[in-house]
Write a protein that binds this ligand. Structure first.
Ligand SMILES: *[C@@H]1O[C@H](CO)[C@@H](O)[C@H](O)[C@H]1NC(C)=O
Ligand SMILES: *[C@@H]1O[C@H](CO)[C@@H](O)[C@H](O)[C@H]1NC(C)=O
Ligand SMILES: *[C@@H]1O[C@H](CO)[C@@H](O)[C@H](O)[C@H]1NC(C)=O
Ligand SMILES: *[C@@H]1O[C@H](CO)[C@@H](O)[C@H](O)[C@H]1NC(C)=O
Ligand SMILES: *[C@@H]1O[C@H](CO)[C@@H](O)[C@H](O)[C@H]1NC(C)=O
Ligand SMILES: *[C@@H]1O[C@H](CO)[C@@H](O)[C@H](O)[C@H]1NC(C)=O
Ligand SMILES: *[C@@H]1O[C@H](CO)[C@@H](O)[C@H](O)[C@H]1NC(C)=O
Ligand SMILES: *[C@@H]1O[C@H](CO)[C@@H](O)[C@H](O)[C@H]1NC(C)=O
Ligand SMILES: *[C@@H]1O[C@H](CO)[C@@H](O)[C@H](O)[C@H]1NC(C)=O
Length: 362
């Protein structure tokens, strides 16, 4: 019951872009002619089959391209050469690119050895990067300076193709707190699963290391190496025996997005600290709002270690307790038939906000 209610705002957001093509969902998967259900809920071919393509809402479980397998790495941003600036040109080759800029604009600043700046302007709708590789359990630490403006949200999350999600978020002008949250298949397991950690030194002026330590039995959030929250998978099991816990391979995403704008749900605006003041002196002097990322470290911890011939993850028909099976595969992740891809920015950046809004309002 709860989950149906929770879905409503997401569907409304999708509908806003429905003129852009055939939509897809669990009861209405994609047709053979446009087999892949994109992360934004539209059917298509080519790029629709890459990052975030939902196998369950697609024509068949293997319509989406396999997800590039995890590789432990230390990503730095002394320049932006490993970030593909236009995701429509991505073909699934995770060796060629570490990240894609899915939307918006980025810069490289060099105030402390080179950092990525993701920009928010009054017209760009926000910016987001996604890792080209997926993580199927492991530890991710991002060294970030957040925004500090009412209505502007900074986020560092993991997001799977079926919307298992683990979040760090920094809403609005409060620079002494960070919020954590998690979702199972887009649903909110409990009303209380968004939590706030306070007492941080200014998150705008200071880099902090934010960690998502996602293991198959426990999820831990850390700041500067100190645990601030622990969630056991066993504590997420509902009365039907289903663990409402993220289990599917996920991309790492970092974004800045406008929550305090016309058209956002009132609860989202409130959560984010009000409407954005585009006359803010920071905006006037820089020409944009921004978040800075100095490095991201990934340590994979697949439950079974991949052998050298493993290239990717695929979903299997073996569904146990509403949770699809994941297997290694040696299939290519590279899509030779990439086509144009229409992004629905409102849905892309609003999905997490809508979910959080629901956490607050239910
Ligand atoms: C799924 O999509 C179909 C077709 O757009 C729509 O009629 C239906 O209401 C949707 N169902 C859900 C659960 O979103
Ligand atoms: C990205 O590439 C596509 C296809 O070449 C092009 O139509 C689009 O304008 C490009 N977007 C940007 C922001 O450059
Ligand atoms: C993927 O990219 C790497 C690095 O640029 C390149 O060496 C390789 O040939 C590419 N693979 C394919 C199949 O295009
Ligand atoms: C930023 O500074 C670092 C360290 O001095 C240097 O290695 C890097 O090339 C610089 N990046 C840019 C884009 O200038
Ligand atoms: C990533 O790892 C390197 C090497 O251990 C370390 O110097 C750096 O501080 C780490 N960065 C983050 C964000 O954890
Ligand atoms: C910022 O958040 C912290 C932690 O939730 C809270 O104690 C503090 O009052 C907030 N500061 C402002 C200015 O709202
Ligand atoms: C299906 O999943 C269950 C639980 O993970 C596992 O025990 C079983 O071996 C799987 N079956 C197949 C055919 O993969
Ligand atoms: C990799 O090779 C091993 C040994 O030949 C084989 O057992 C395994 O199934 C292969 N894995 C994949 C994903 O192809
Ligand atoms: C890929 O895996 C299949 C079995 O899953 C195996 O038959 C094939 O030889 C493998 N190919 C490579 C290149 O490892």
């Amino acid at each position: 019951m709860l989950s149906l209610l929770l879905l409503i705002p997401l569907i409304q957001l999708v509908t806003l872009g429905s003129a852009q093509g055939i939509t897809c969902n669990v009861t209405s998967p994609c047709p053979t002619s446009a087999p892949c259900c994109s992360e934004y809920g539209y059917c298509g071919t080519g790029e629709f089959c890459l990052g975030g393509c939902n196998p369950i809402h697609s024509h068949s479980l293997n319509s989406c391209m396999p997800n590039p397998v995890c590789e432990s790495a230390q990503y730095v941003f002394t320049d932006n050469s490993r970030i593909l600036s236009n995701v429509t040109h991505f073909d699934g080759n995770a060796t060629e690119w570490d990240w894609t800029l899915d939307k918006g604009n980025m810069l490289n600043t060099n105030t402390s050895g080179g950092e990525l700046a993701l920009l928010l302007t009054q017209t760009n709708g926000g910016s987001r990067i996604s890792s080209t590789r997926y993580l199927h359990y492991g530890t991710v630490t991002a060294r970030i300076k957040t925004g500090r403006w009412g209505g502007v949200v900074t986020a560092f999350i993991t997001m799977s193709s079926i919307k298992d999600e683990i979040d760090w978020e920094w809403p609005g002008a409060n620079t002494t707190q960070a919020q954590t949250n998690y979702f199972w298949q887009g649903f909110i397991p409990a009303q209380t699963n968004g939590l706030t950690t306070g007492g941080l030194t200014d998150t705008f002026s200071n880099y902090h290391d934010y960690t998502i330590d996602w293991q198959s039995d426990t999820l831990t959030w850390l700041i500067d190496g100190n645990i601030v929250r622990t969630l056991k998978k066993s504590d997420t099991i509902n009365s039907n025996g289903v663990a409402l816990y993220p289990t599917t391979p996920a991309r790492i995403q970092i974004s800045i997005w406008p929550a305090g704008i016309q058209g956002s749900p009132a609860g989202t605006v409130q959560w984010a600290g009000g409407m954005i003041n585009w006359n803010d002196p920071d905006y006037a002097s820089a020409g944009h709002f921004y978040t800075l990322i100095s490095s991201v470290n990934v340590t994979c911890n697949d439950p079974v270690k991949p052998t050298d011939n493993v290239t990717s993850y695929v979903y299997t028909p073996n569904v146990t307790a509403f949770t699809p099976g994941i297997e290694f595969s040696n299939q290519t992740t590279i899509n030779s038939a990439s086509t144009g891809y229409i992004v629905n920015p409102l849905f892309m950046l609003a999905a997490t906000a809508a979910s959080l809004f629901l956490t607050l309002s239910f």
